[in-house]
Design a protein. Structure first.
Length: 207
């Protein structure tokens, strides 16, 4: 028995234990993704995204991407194991995914984490009032949205903008003239993602 122990102690090759090999091969934990200012933002705005290593002190940076899994951007981790980036969300509305991985000082990469935020339209409905005869924009037309009872007046380019909750609405437009014009739309379904609608105004029969 003693001879066997001596042989193990003085052998020419020292093998790492399975437990040591597992520690050596350990990759960092996946990051936590959150949004310090909330996970919804208006189109054209900016959004803060925070990555956290969840106490893994080996993490030195995060790789991330928005809208795809390319992970083409990178940000260093602060001493507390977090990093915050601010992105321009653009004008595409709807839910947008965020992907990220943690990277440690040896370049080992964690599994991927996914988060999501929502870009909403500033205006539920935008459009232009047009003279049905000339197809020119009508300035000063009153546009009414029912059943909300919201009224707006078109500007020099005939454009109107309305912010309301999602639902089914009908547009009516009137213009005092001369000549006096009016028109209405079929029911429009507003889903919160933004809709553009050109409202044609026709000459009133009494004009």
């Amino acid at each position: 028995m003693a001879a066997s122990l001596l042989l193990l102690a003085t052998g020419s090759t020292l093998m790492a234990s399975p437990a040591s090999a597992a520690v050596e091969a350990k990759v960092p934990g996946p990051p936590v993704i959150d949004f310090p200012d909330g996970n919804s933002v208006s189109a054209g705005g900016q959004l803060a995204i925070r990555f956290a290593a969840s106490g893994d002190t080996t993490v030195t940076r995060f790789r991330y991407s928005v809208g795809n899994t390319s992970l083409g951007s990178e940000v260093p981790a602060a001493q507390d194991g977090t990093a915050t980036v601010t992105i321009d969300v653009g004008n595409v509305t709807g839910e947008r995914p965020v992907y990220a991985v943690s990277v440690d000082r040896r370049g080992r990469i964690s599994s991927m984490t996914q988060g999501a935020f929502t870009v909403y339209a500033v205006w539920s409905l935008q459009g232009r009032a047009l003279d049905a005869n000339t197809w020119l924009p009508v300035e000063g037309a009153t546009i009414r949205l029912e059943p909300a009872g919201v009224e707006v007046v078109t500007g020099p380019d005939g454009i109107f903008q309305v912010a309301v909750d999602p639902g089914l609405y009908t547009l009516t437009g009137t213009y005092a003239g001369p000549p006096s014009l009016s028109g209405s739309s079929q029911p429009l379904e507003l889903d919160g993602q933004g809709l553009w609608f050109d409202l044609l105004l026709f000459p009133d029969s009494a004009s």
